[in-house]
Design a binder for this molecule. Structure first.
Ligand code: F6P
Length: 602
């Protein structure tokens, strides 16, 4: 970073009222950046790993105290429950069903201090090159910064660049939506196919799914369709293009690198679908691109005017607030709705940066999550929205969390002394209850995030029913968290006259942790809040573990081997032969490949 770095406090500013903490008495952990810098240096000099620090050891020593407790009893302590909940601008989180006490939190805040968490958060917001293996800043927060903010990276105010692109998206999406932009045959564009994979797909899909049934957003999207094409599987191509008409379709190719094999093949396939019907010239009216690689976009034949840029300081999995999400979603819902989404994300960014740790929801939840992984050794987390519109939250957070923190070495390349990362999965309730909840209740202990809304996007209340459909859904939201926490023991079962032989089968051990997150409703703003909350929690864990949460070298080897398969398959075919030992695959893969080649009908 060169030039004067903006004060992080000035980078993003909350437009709504501040945070209310529920009963915390802990002192303010914010310290000035210089002091913290010294603290981090001395800690890094003294200890090879965060696991060697007294703060980590204090938490290890604290484990037996927690093991002696049971959530069934902890939940009777009203003072504790009050302390273990936080609210910020309507986003309410209750973590009293986590296996923590106020003392655990104190110890976790000490660990955060030891790790220099506050300073690391500030470094990220200031645009420092914290992604050291790729020499990049990590500035997805700048993609939702207010227009008048300033953040200088390599001599440029990146917030100005962000808004130049946002203005271009607004102009373009307005033109398409109001019919000023016409397709090659003079017809207005009604449908959009967004081609992209990983971070260039999952975030936009998550937001689209969240907004589809939201009353205002769905009204704005009336008569329009947004489809996604991610998988290179020809079945996905067929599904994405099914019943679409080239004359009224806009294709948005989304790829940070513009080299991802699947996306580029799908882009060529869909380009052919357009040009076969409308001719080459139609590309300029029906195909646009979102990328950091403007040169490759132009080589593909897309006009720079039809290219929406983003930058290498936005990680793919953190890119939904850049043109990656803003372009296709503004085409569908209009820029105004999407601006509210940015505001929601900005609101939590501000809170994350500025709130003292004991009032800071992402910091607190991130630290509790780390406690579950590194100290209580729970390997997984279930993300369970009681809100069908959040159906794609878990798949999106799977990438954000697992690609970010699925690492085996620290920032210095040293093997970690503890497990980092976790297996994230999830489904909306109540569907999940009839699927994998059995394991969560009586099998493996998997900490859960329950997410619900006070008001539904849709209202259904059948005459004669005791409660509305949404009430019914939310009764399950409340019940599941308590069933996991309190369980059911033999005494209770006997009181219900359960026969002795069934008591072990019907016993619920309980003491299974969860967090309950309650939103007023799900709209563009609160979708942005949820996004930023989960992104920030990932950063908190990575910063404390001392790993690089912003690179993803682990996905490369598979890509290289797929490329080898591609070239060897092609040579074998053109020479009308099978794969041979000299092609360099192991025995098992050679047999698999040949079984595949022999079974092909073309
Ligand atoms: O393979 C993983 C990955 O690099 C992700 O990090 C990224 O979001 C995805 O591929 C797509 O990459 P691109 O946007 O460059 O096509």
């Amino acid at each position: 970073v060169t030039g004067p770095a903006a004060s992080p406090k000035n980078l993003v500013q909350s437009s709504r009222q501040g945070t209310t903490a529920c009963g915390s008495s802990r002192k303010d952990h914010s310290v000035n950046a210089l002091d913290m810098s010294e603290a981090v240096k001395s800690s890094a000099e003294k200890y090879a790993s965060i696991a060697d620090t007294p703060a980590w050891k204090a938490l290890v020593d604290h484990i037996p105290e927690i093991e002696e407790t049971h959530l069934r009893y902890l939940l009777k302590d009203e003072e504790r429950c009050l302390r273990l909940s936080l609210e910020h601008n309507g986003l309410y989180s209750d973590f009293s069903r986590q296996r923590v006490t106020p003392e655990t939190l104190e110890l976790l805040f000490d660990l955060a201090k030891e790790a220099g968490l506050k300073e690391k958060i500030e470094q990220m917001f200031q645009g420092e090159q914290i992604n050291e293996t790729e020499h990049r800043s990590v500035l997805h927060v700048a993609t939702r910064a207010e227009r008048n903010k300033e953040l200088i990276v390599n001599g440029k105010n990146v917030v100005e660049d962000v808004w130049k692109v946002l203005d271009k998206i607004k102009h373009f999406s307005d033109q398409v939506r109001n019919g000023e932009w016409l397709g090659a045959t003079g017809k207005p564009i009604r449908d959009v196919v967004a081609i992209g994979i990983g971070g260039s797909f999952l975030g936009p899909l998550f937001v689209h799914t969240a907004l589809k049934t939201e009353p205002v957003a769905s009204m704005k999207a009336s008569g329009r369709r947004l489809r996604f094409l991610a998988n290179v599987d020809p079945v996905d191509v067929a599904r994405a293009l099914h019943n679409l008409n080239q004359e009224t379709t806009m294709v948005v190719i989304i790829s940070k690198t513009f080299t991802t094999a699947e996306t580029m093949l799908n882009a060529r396939t869909v380009r052919k679908w357009i040009t076969a019907e409308l001719g080459e010239e139609a590309v300029s009216k029906h195909m646009v691109a979102v990328s950091t690689n403007v040169k490759l976009v132009s080589q593909f034949g897309i006009d720079p005017d039809n290219t929406f840029e983003f930058w290498d300081w936005v990680g793919g999995r953190y890119s939904v607030c850049s043109a990656v999400g803003m372009l296709p979603l503004s085409l569908q819902y209009g820029f105004g709705i999407m601006e509210q989404f940015l505001e929601g994300a900005r609101d939590i960014d501000n809170h994350f940066l500025n709130a003292p740790f004991e009032k800071n929801i992402p910091v607190t939840l991130g630290l509790i999550n780390l406690w579950n992984i590194s100290f209580l050794h729970y390997p997984a987390r279930a993300i369970l929205p009681y809100c069908q519109a959040l159906a794609k939250l878990a798949p999106h957070i799977q990438q954000v969390s697992m690609e970010s923190n699925g690492k085996g070495v620290d920032m210095n390349g040293k093997p970690l002394k503890f497990e980092a990362g976790q297996i994230d999965f999830g489904e909306p309730g109540t569907n999940g209850q009839h699927s994998f909840y059995q394991l969560i209740h009586q099998g493996r202990v998997i900490p859960c995030d329950f997410i619900g809304t006070i008001k539904s996007q849709q209202s259904v209340y059948l005459k004669g029913e005791i409660v509305s459909n949404h009430d019914e859904l939310m009764c399950n939201f409340f019940a599941q968290a308590d069933a996991l926490a309190t369980g059911k023991n033999a005494v209770e079962l006997r009181a219900e006259n359960v026969p002795d032989n069934l008591i072990p089968h019907k016993t619920f051990t309980g003491n299974r942790p969860s967090t309950s997150i309650l939103l007023p409703e799900l709209n563009a703003y609160t979708t942005g809040q949820i996004l930023s909350l989960y992104e920030a929690m990932v950063a908190v864990k990575g910063f404390v573990w001392g790993i690089n949460s912003f690179d993803q070298w682990g996905v490369e080897l598979g890509k290289v081997l797929a490329s080898k398969c591609r070239s060897k398959m092609n040579s074998a075919r053109t020479q009308s032969r099978l794969i041979e030992a000299s092609d360099g695959f192991n025995f098992s893969t050679t047999r698999l490949l040949n079984r595949y080649l022999k079974g092909k009908t073309f």
